[in-house]
Ligand binder design. Structure first.
Ligand code: B3K
Ligand code: ZN
Length: 848
């Protein structure tokens, strides 16, 4: 498959003004008629041009230009599309009409038009529209769409405003990737919203009959998102109708199709009995994310797919801010940084590392990555910090004013910031082109009463990028006096060179620095501090992120040494964690994060950072030993803490109640180490909501118990797929190292392991591969299990397979024996006959 390059970008020969689509739905033989008006692109003076249209798996029935049928032998069709020679193509513009036939039932890749549980639905981003009809399927071609759907289904939906049953008009020009169609026997949960300027908007969430009572939270989150975008970004909704559809078979979380968002049902449907606090928060975040795309993605879209972070980084940044506003910024930041380090730093440190704006790809679906999304959001956060809140808003206003209705690039984005603030961002822009996580090294100096920070930065080589240039790194710094108070106002240092010194002023005694507050840049901080200083910051830092970070770094330091057989549990750590766990002045949600130990994955990266090889069993053992010590240390207080964090009254997913439950669940995990699972079993039996039920089950399974409860859980929830996914996932992720493989092998033969459903597949295979001690068995059977399933899935669903193949990306961190075992499996995948280009690109890169 060819490599597509940013440097090869060329505008199309023809633009499209209008698209009229007519669908005659049939499960195996859907007919699609398209009428498309093309207009010459006057900037292309290199004609005459052939008409080239993308199209895959399409049976062409008829085609005409300006009403003249095109003889079949004048149409050059191959697997990727068709070409009409220029002599048949009026160069100043024309109307194209074509009829094609497609087979939605045979579409297991879940891209284009496919069937899920008897309903029709679509996924067009990035390049699924070409599986629906012939079209210039690229985001810079924007057109208005009229859609007519013929079929027996009571609900026939498409983008825009509804004209009549099955008749739709979308007035806003859009790229084809935002097209959507849904047809089926669906019920709707309805509400309305009035925009700031008084526009009445109907809101509808479409679900399967019976699920209407699980839509209230998503609807509420939608209305709060709409209001927030008006208040914070000045952006109103722009159609009469906004619809969300829940679909069970979906390759990802959700999709921002204009006016018709399509969601993986697990990110819409929620009730206290079936969804956890974390689920509610994710639903809120994803509903917001897709809604926010209406402006950042839809009204202003991407010129080409290399610019994906233009919409994704910005929209993630917006949804993160929204969640912070709805809940707690401090806690949200900790959560986001944990995700960033766990997924993006991991990606950036391995064979799949790529810049926030990649410069080449084979399969664009492989670039919906943590780097494009999460690091893309970090870049926006840094930009906002550097220019300030007011300038940020000014720049965004300019962005919407200047580029509404356009398909843009990162250059346009940077230019609005430069024009709105007068600041030169040429160096800052390197964040978009340079891959790899920079290291920020800090040295302190206190001499003659002056305190100086010496900062330096370096970014390691990444595939295709041996040499790196210095970045602009915003570093928020606080200084603490010996009594824990702030010794000086917080400062924002801008590191722009490889090495730079910052004189922070005169002090009577050396202050204790709190560096990179709020995690102000996505870097690895190297600062030699002893654990006493960490304990001090853990106790006193006023910045919630750095407070948490100090405790976490302390734990990590100890766990690394323990796993390397060279350390013991530090009593001072136990004192510190005990104090924070019981500190009622602190938000329980924060305390839950503070008391939760670094994950095995985090400890692994810390060991790798020291140049050592991680031993998954030793890491598991060290972590268990430390949590047992914590449990013993807090033994007298845990029952009270657990009781104090119980929430009375009917379940509510609000942040305060959720925070209490999170801390109660952490306490329960520790208690289970002491009471043989008594409290957990009781919680399981009495639980009236999923948060309590599943956290009890998890605590029991982690302790190597919970068989009765697991069976009871299955019986209770076997007909609810979203909950049943949790049942698969929890067993795979909490399994003890020895039992893990047997458990997942058995679950893989369970009659409910419907592996063709992406949620079900991911719920078993993903958590197993993210359970390091179980997955990295020294006999290699964990690797073989993953490879077997990837090979099987690739034949029907390349996108999900390729994404999950990334689970092998860390193989170089391990010892020779494991490296050989993993690469053996990767080669076996690579050698599979008819392997998709999706998976082959990922596996090829991982192998290097
Ligand atoms: N834009 C979609 C992701 C599409 C993924 C295509 N493989 C969802 C989102 O980011 O909002
Ligand atoms: Zn998005």
């Amino acid at each position: 498959a060819p490599t597509i390059r940013l440097s090869d970008y060329q505008e199309p020969a023809f633009w499209v003004d209008t698209v009229k689509l007519s669908f005659d739905l049939d499960p195996t033989a859907t007919r699609v008629t398209s009428k498309i008006t093309f207009r010459a692109n006057d900037t292309r003076t290199d004609g005459p041009h052939d008409l080239k249209l993308d199209g895959r798996n399409l049976k062409l029935i008829t085609a005409s230009i300006n009403g003249n049928a095109i003889p079949a032998d004048s149409i050059l069709q191959d697997a990727e599309g068709l070409t009409i020679p220029s002599d048949l193509v009026p160069q100043d513009g024309f109307t194209w009409v074509a009829e094609v036939e497609i087979n939605p039932s045979a579409n297991t890749a879940l891209e284009g038009l496919y069937m899920s549980n008897g309903m029709y639905c679509t996924q067009c981003e990035a390049q699924g529209f070409r599986k629906i009809t012939f079209y210039p399927d690229r985001p810079d071609v924007m057109a208005t769409f009229d859609v007519e759907i013929k079929g027996d289904a009571p609900v026939l939906l498409s983008n825009g405003n509804k004209l009549a049953h099955g008749m739709w008009h979308d007035p806003w020009p859009k790229p084809a990737y935002l097209f959507a169609l849904v047809a089926g026997d669906l019920k709707s949960y309805d509400d309305t919203f009035t925009t700031a300027s008084g526009r009445h908007v109907d809101l509808q969430i479409f679900v399967r009959d019976g699920d209407q009572d699980k839509c209230a939270y998503a609807m509420d989150a939608l209305k709060r998102s709409m209001k927030w975008d008006e208040q914070v970004y000045g952006r109103e909704y722009d159609l009469d109708l906004f619809m969300i559809v829940a679909v069970d078979d979906f390759n990802m979380g959700a999709m921002e199709n204009k006016g018709l968002n399509i969601f993986n049902s697990k990110y819409v449907l929620a009730s206290p009995e079936t969804a956890t606090d974390v689920d509610f928060e994710r639903i809120e975040g994803i509903i917001a994310h897709e809604y926010f795309h209406n402006w950042t993605g839809n009204r202003i879209t991407c010129r080409d797919w290399f610019q994906l972070c233009l919409k994704e980084g910005l929209t993630v940044f917006r949804d993160q801010t929204f969640t912070g506003d709805m809940r707690s910024h401090g806690v949200k930041r900790i959560d986001d940084v944990l995700q960033l380090r766990g997924r993006q730093f991991r990606e950036d440190a391995g064979p799949l590392a790529h810049p926030v704006r990649p410069e080449e790809y084979i399969e664009i679906n492989n670039f919906y990555t943590a780097t494009v999304y999460e690091k893309g959001a970090e870049v926006i956060g840094m930009l906002k910090l550097l220019v300030g809140d007011e300038n940020y808003r000014k720049a965004l206003d300019l962005y919407f004013d200047r580029h509404d209705g356009q398909a843009c690039t990162i250059e346009h984005w940077i230019a609005v910031f430069e024009d709105a603030t007068g600041r030169d961002l040429a160096q800052f822009k390197r964040w978009y082109s340079q891959a790899g996580t920079p290291t920020l090294s800090v040295r302190e100096e206190f001499a003659n009463g002056r305190y100086t920070l010496h900062l330096s930065q370096s970014t390691p080589p990444t595939p295709g990028q041996p040499d790196k240039l210095p970045l602009v790194i915003p570093v928020r710094v606080g200084l603490l006096a010996g009594d824990g108070s702030e010794a000086a106002p917080e400062q924002l240092l801008e590191l722009t060179q490889s090495e730079q010194s910052f004189d922070l002023g005169a002090f009577d005694e050396k202050p204790v620095p709190s560096i990179l507050r709020g995690f102000s840049a996505p870097v690895i901080l190297k600062h030699d501090v002893d654990n006493a200083t960490r304990a001090f910051l853990f106790a006193h830092d006023s910045d919630p992120f750095n407070k948490w970070e100090a405790g976490s770094a302390y734990a990590s330091d100890m766990l690394v040494k323990m796993a390397l057989n060279d350390g013991a549990i530090d009593a001072a750590y136990l004192d510190a964690i005990h104090a924070v766990a019981l500190d009622d002045a602190l938000d329980p949600a924060f305390r839950a994060f503070a008391v939760g130990l670094p994950s095995e994955e985090e400890i692994t990266s810390a060991i790798v950072a020291l140049g050592e090889k991680p031993d998954p069993d030793a890491i598991y053992t060290a972590r268990n030993a430390l949590s047992l010590a914590m449990a013993e240390k807090m033994a007298d207080d845990l029952p009270n803490l657990y009781t104090a964090m119980q929430v009375d009254g009917p379940y509510s997913p609000d942040a305060e109640a959720a925070g209490k439950r999170a801390l109660a669940s952490t306490a329960l995990g520790l208690l289970t180490k002491l009471d043989g699972g008594k409290t957990a079993a009781k919680q399981f039996d009495n639980a009236d909501n999923m948060t309590l039920q599943i956290s009890a089950l998890a605590a029991l399974i982690r302790a190597g118990a919970g068989e009765t409860q697991s069976a009871a859980f299955y019986d209770q929830w076997k007909s609810d797929n979203i909950v049943l996914d949790k049942w698969f996932a929890i067993q795979a992720s909490c399994a003890t190292p020895d039992a893990g493989l047997d458990i997942v092998q058995k679950l893989a033969t369970h009659p409910d392991f419907n592996w063709k459903n992406p949620n079900r597949f991911r719920s078993l295979i993903g958590p197993f591969a993210m359970n390091p001690a179980a997955f990295h068995r020294i006999d290699g059977k964990g690797y073989q299990f993953l490879a077997d399933w990837l090979i099987k899935l690739d034949a029907i669903n390349p996108q999900t397979t390729a994404r999950m193949a990334g689970l092998f990306e860390t193989w170089k961190r391990y010892d020779k024996k494991r490296q050989t075992l993993i690469t053996g499996q990767l080669r076996r995948i690579a050698d599979t006959k008819n392997l998709s280009k999706d998976t082959s690109e990922i596996v090829g890169k991982i192998l290097g």
